[in-house]
Design a protein around this ligand. Structure first.
Ligand code: UDP
Length: 245
Protein backbone atom coordinates (compact mmCIF):
# COMPACT_ATOMS: atom_id res chain seq x y z
CA UNK A 1 0.00 0.00 0.00
CA UNK A 2 1.22 3.51 -0.83
CA UNK A 3 2.29 5.62 2.16
CA UNK A 4 -0.51 8.03 3.11
CA UNK A 5 0.18 11.65 4.01
CA UNK A 6 0.48 11.73 7.79
CA UNK A 7 0.60 15.48 8.36
CA UNK A 8 -2.08 17.62 6.78
CA UNK A 9 -2.15 21.40 7.32
CA UNK A 10 0.20 21.09 10.28
CA UNK A 11 -2.00 18.55 12.06
CA UNK A 12 -1.77 14.80 12.47
CA UNK A 13 -4.35 12.36 11.07
CA UNK A 14 -6.28 12.30 14.34
CA UNK A 15 -6.19 16.10 14.60
CA UNK A 16 -3.43 16.24 17.20
CA UNK A 17 -0.58 18.74 17.35
CA UNK A 18 2.96 17.38 17.11
CA UNK A 19 3.49 17.66 20.87
CA UNK A 20 0.14 16.27 21.95
CA UNK A 21 -0.54 12.98 23.71
CA UNK A 22 -3.54 10.82 22.94
CA UNK A 23 -6.27 10.92 25.61
CA UNK A 24 -5.29 8.87 28.66
CA UNK A 25 -7.49 7.15 31.21
CA UNK A 26 -6.10 5.34 34.25
CA UNK A 27 -8.08 3.32 36.75
CA UNK A 28 -6.51 1.62 39.75
CA UNK A 29 -7.56 -1.61 41.50
CA UNK A 30 -9.76 -3.11 38.80
CA UNK A 31 -9.06 -6.78 39.56
CA UNK A 32 -10.01 -7.99 43.02
CA UNK A 33 -7.95 -11.19 42.89
CA UNK A 34 -4.66 -9.46 42.06
CA UNK A 35 -2.57 -7.73 44.74
CA UNK A 36 -2.42 -4.68 42.51
CA UNK A 37 -4.01 -3.83 39.20
CA UNK A 38 -4.60 -1.08 36.70
CA UNK A 39 -6.66 -0.47 33.59
CA UNK A 40 -5.15 2.07 31.23
CA UNK A 41 -6.18 3.59 27.93
CA UNK A 42 -3.80 5.60 25.79
CA UNK A 43 -5.70 6.53 22.68
CA UNK A 44 -7.09 3.30 21.28
CA UNK A 45 -4.70 1.15 23.35
CA UNK A 46 -6.49 -0.69 26.13
CA UNK A 47 -4.34 -2.39 28.72
CA UNK A 48 -4.87 -4.40 31.89
CA UNK A 49 -1.98 -4.87 34.32
CA UNK A 50 -2.07 -7.29 37.24
CA UNK A 51 0.60 -7.66 39.92
CA UNK A 52 0.93 -10.66 42.21
CA UNK A 53 3.34 -10.66 45.11
CA UNK A 54 5.68 -10.40 46.77
CA UNK A 55 4.87 -14.12 47.05
CA UNK A 56 6.58 -17.49 47.09
CA UNK A 57 8.42 -18.31 43.86
CA UNK A 58 7.56 -21.41 41.89
CA UNK A 59 9.53 -23.28 40.68
CA UNK A 60 11.59 -22.92 43.85
CA UNK A 61 14.98 -23.16 42.17
CA UNK A 62 14.29 -19.68 40.74
CA UNK A 63 14.32 -18.16 44.25
CA UNK A 64 17.08 -15.70 45.05
CA UNK A 65 18.08 -15.67 48.75
CA UNK A 66 19.15 -12.02 48.54
CA UNK A 67 16.26 -10.38 46.67
CA UNK A 68 12.91 -10.75 44.96
CA UNK A 69 12.70 -12.20 41.48
CA UNK A 70 10.73 -10.00 39.09
CA UNK A 71 8.81 -11.55 36.21
CA UNK A 72 7.02 -9.55 33.52
CA UNK A 73 4.73 -11.02 30.91
CA UNK A 74 3.52 -8.87 28.03
CA UNK A 75 0.75 -10.48 26.06
CA UNK A 76 -1.41 -9.33 23.17
CA UNK A 77 -4.90 -10.74 23.03
CA UNK A 78 -5.68 -12.43 19.68
CA UNK A 79 -8.52 -9.91 19.20
CA UNK A 80 -6.37 -6.86 20.06
CA UNK A 81 -5.25 -6.16 16.49
CA UNK A 82 -6.92 -6.01 13.09
CA UNK A 83 -5.42 -9.21 11.80
CA UNK A 84 -5.96 -11.85 14.48
CA UNK A 85 -2.75 -12.41 16.42
CA UNK A 86 -1.74 -16.02 16.97
CA UNK A 87 -2.23 -16.66 20.71
CA UNK A 88 0.78 -17.21 22.93
CA UNK A 89 4.29 -15.81 23.15
CA UNK A 90 6.23 -14.86 20.03
CA UNK A 91 9.65 -13.27 19.55
CA UNK A 92 8.23 -9.77 19.80
CA UNK A 93 6.34 -10.33 23.06
CA UNK A 94 9.31 -12.16 24.63
CA UNK A 95 11.57 -9.22 23.75
CA UNK A 96 9.06 -6.64 25.04
CA UNK A 97 8.66 -8.63 28.27
CA UNK A 98 12.44 -8.71 28.76
CA UNK A 99 13.14 -5.02 28.15
CA UNK A 100 10.12 -3.97 30.22
CA UNK A 101 11.23 -6.13 33.15
CA UNK A 102 14.69 -4.60 32.89
CA UNK A 103 13.14 -1.13 32.92
CA UNK A 104 11.16 -1.85 36.09
CA UNK A 105 13.77 -3.80 38.06
CA UNK A 106 15.88 -0.82 39.18
CA UNK A 107 12.89 0.95 40.77
CA UNK A 108 11.63 -2.04 42.74
CA UNK A 109 13.26 -2.44 46.16
CA UNK A 110 13.94 -6.11 45.55
CA UNK A 111 16.33 -6.50 48.50
CA UNK A 112 13.39 -6.03 50.87
CA UNK A 113 11.77 -9.25 49.68
CA UNK A 114 14.41 -12.02 49.59
CA UNK A 115 13.31 -15.43 48.21
CA UNK A 116 10.06 -13.97 46.95
CA UNK A 117 8.67 -13.28 43.53
CA UNK A 118 6.79 -10.36 42.03
CA UNK A 119 4.84 -11.23 38.91
CA UNK A 120 3.67 -8.51 36.57
CA UNK A 121 1.21 -9.48 33.86
CA UNK A 122 0.19 -7.00 31.20
CA UNK A 123 -2.53 -7.84 28.71
CA UNK A 124 -3.13 -5.78 25.60
CA UNK A 125 -6.87 -5.88 24.93
CA UNK A 126 -6.73 -3.41 22.05
CA UNK A 127 -3.59 -2.20 20.30
CA UNK A 128 -2.88 0.94 18.33
CA UNK A 129 0.92 1.39 18.59
CA UNK A 130 2.77 2.26 21.76
CA UNK A 131 1.55 -0.79 23.63
CA UNK A 132 4.91 -1.46 25.33
CA UNK A 133 4.92 2.09 26.71
CA UNK A 134 1.24 1.99 27.74
CA UNK A 135 1.85 -1.38 29.43
CA UNK A 136 4.80 -0.02 31.41
CA UNK A 137 2.68 2.89 32.62
CA UNK A 138 -0.07 0.50 33.72
CA UNK A 139 2.43 -1.91 35.31
CA UNK A 140 4.01 0.87 37.39
CA UNK A 141 0.63 1.91 38.76
CA UNK A 142 -0.33 -1.72 39.48
CA UNK A 143 2.96 -2.25 41.36
CA UNK A 144 2.25 0.75 43.56
CA UNK A 145 -1.32 -0.47 44.06
CA UNK A 146 0.11 -3.82 45.21
CA UNK A 147 2.11 -1.96 47.86
CA UNK A 148 5.45 -2.99 46.38
CA UNK A 149 8.15 -0.69 47.73
CA UNK A 150 9.52 1.43 44.90
CA UNK A 151 12.32 3.97 44.58
CA UNK A 152 10.28 5.93 42.05
CA UNK A 153 7.94 5.30 39.18
CA UNK A 154 8.47 4.30 35.56
CA UNK A 155 6.66 6.43 33.01
CA UNK A 156 6.91 5.71 29.34
CA UNK A 157 5.98 7.21 25.99
CA UNK A 158 7.16 6.95 22.39
CA UNK A 159 8.10 9.66 19.95
CA UNK A 160 8.30 9.28 16.20
CA UNK A 161 9.53 10.95 13.06
CA UNK A 162 6.56 11.43 10.79
CA UNK A 163 6.75 13.21 7.41
CA UNK A 164 9.93 14.90 8.66
CA UNK A 165 8.46 16.06 11.99
CA UNK A 166 9.18 14.78 15.50
CA UNK A 167 5.86 13.91 17.12
CA UNK A 168 4.76 12.66 20.52
CA UNK A 169 2.96 9.39 21.19
CA UNK A 170 2.54 7.96 17.65
CA UNK A 171 -0.59 6.02 16.78
CA UNK A 172 -0.70 3.00 14.49
CA UNK A 173 -0.57 4.80 11.10
CA UNK A 174 2.34 6.96 12.26
CA UNK A 175 4.18 3.96 13.67
CA UNK A 176 3.58 2.02 10.48
CA UNK A 177 4.29 4.64 7.82
CA UNK A 178 6.55 7.05 9.75
CA UNK A 179 10.33 7.26 9.32
CA UNK A 180 11.20 6.23 12.89
CA UNK A 181 9.70 5.15 16.20
CA UNK A 182 11.48 5.72 19.52
CA UNK A 183 9.89 4.39 22.72
CA UNK A 184 11.43 5.72 25.94
CA UNK A 185 10.81 4.99 29.62
CA UNK A 186 11.95 7.30 32.38
CA UNK A 187 12.56 6.74 36.05
CA UNK A 188 10.81 9.55 37.88
CA UNK A 189 11.68 10.22 41.49
CA UNK A 190 10.52 13.11 43.71
CA UNK A 191 8.57 14.55 40.76
CA UNK A 192 11.72 14.72 38.60
CA UNK A 193 13.01 12.66 35.72
CA UNK A 194 16.09 10.95 37.09
CA UNK A 195 17.19 8.61 34.32
CA UNK A 196 16.24 6.67 31.22
CA UNK A 197 15.14 3.10 31.93
CA UNK A 198 14.36 2.02 28.37
CA UNK A 199 15.30 3.39 24.98
CA UNK A 200 14.60 1.61 21.72
CA UNK A 201 14.41 2.79 18.16
CA UNK A 202 13.54 1.51 14.76
CA UNK A 203 13.89 3.53 11.59
CA UNK A 204 16.20 6.45 11.00
CA UNK A 205 16.69 9.76 12.82
CA UNK A 206 19.64 12.14 12.99
CA UNK A 207 21.44 12.57 16.32
CA UNK A 208 19.81 15.99 16.73
CA UNK A 209 16.38 14.52 16.00
CA UNK A 210 16.93 11.86 18.65
CA UNK A 211 17.87 14.59 21.15
CA UNK A 212 14.77 16.56 20.19
CA UNK A 213 12.69 13.37 20.48
CA UNK A 214 13.95 12.60 23.97
CA UNK A 215 13.22 16.17 25.06
CA UNK A 216 9.68 15.83 23.74
CA UNK A 217 9.28 12.39 25.38
CA UNK A 218 10.30 13.97 28.72
CA UNK A 219 7.54 16.56 28.36
CA UNK A 220 5.00 13.84 27.53
CA UNK A 221 6.19 11.60 30.36
CA UNK A 222 5.70 14.36 32.95
CA UNK A 223 2.09 14.72 31.82
CA UNK A 224 1.52 10.96 32.05
CA UNK A 225 3.22 10.86 35.46
CA UNK A 226 0.72 13.42 36.73
CA UNK A 227 -2.15 11.20 35.61
CA UNK A 228 -0.54 8.11 37.18
CA UNK A 229 -0.22 9.99 40.46
CA UNK A 230 -3.78 11.30 40.30
CA UNK A 231 -5.16 7.79 39.68
CA UNK A 232 -3.24 6.37 42.65
CA UNK A 233 -4.24 9.27 44.93
CA UNK A 234 -7.88 8.87 43.91
CA UNK A 235 -7.84 5.23 44.92
CA UNK A 236 -6.27 5.98 48.30
CA UNK A 237 -8.72 8.80 48.99
CA UNK A 238 -11.60 6.42 48.24
CA UNK A 239 -10.11 3.78 50.54
CA UNK A 240 -9.79 6.31 53.34
CA UNK A 241 -13.39 7.44 52.88
CA UNK A 242 -14.54 3.82 53.10
CA UNK A 243 -12.59 3.35 56.34
CA UNK A 244 -14.17 6.45 57.86
CA UNK A 245 -17.73 5.18 57.27
N1 UDP B 1 0.78 -4.96 15.75
C1 UDP B 1 -0.07 -5.83 15.08
N2 UDP B 1 0.20 -7.16 15.12
C2 UDP B 1 1.28 -7.68 15.81
C3 UDP B 1 2.12 -6.78 16.46
C4 UDP B 1 1.85 -5.43 16.41
O1 UDP B 1 -1.06 -5.40 14.47
O2 UDP B 1 1.47 -8.91 15.82
C5 UDP B 1 0.45 -3.51 15.74
C6 UDP B 1 -0.17 -3.07 17.07
O3 UDP B 1 -1.16 -2.09 16.85
C7 UDP B 1 1.02 -2.47 17.78
C8 UDP B 1 1.70 -1.79 16.60
O4 UDP B 1 1.60 -2.73 15.54
O5 UDP B 1 0.66 -1.60 18.82
C9 UDP B 1 3.15 -1.40 16.82
O6 UDP B 1 3.88 -2.51 17.23
P1 UDP B 1 5.33 -2.39 17.83
O7 UDP B 1 5.99 -3.72 17.65
O8 UDP B 1 6.02 -1.17 17.29
O9 UDP B 1 5.09 -2.22 19.41
P2 UDP B 1 4.32 -1.11 20.24
O10 UDP B 1 4.43 0.19 19.48
O11 UDP B 1 2.89 -1.56 20.35
O12 UDP B 1 5.00 -1.07 21.54
Amino acid sequence: MEKPKLIINGKRLDGRDFEELRPIKIQVDVLKRADGSCYLEMGKNKIIAAVYGPREVHPRHLQDPSKAVIRYRYNMAPFSVEERKKPGPDRRSIEISKVSREALEPVIMKELFPRSGIDVFVEVLQADAGTRTACLNAASVALIDAGVMMKGIITSVAVAKVDGHIVLDPMKEEDFYGEADLPVAFLIRNDKIESIALLQMDGKMSVDEVKEGIKLAKKGAMQIYKLQREAIMKKYMEDEEKEEV
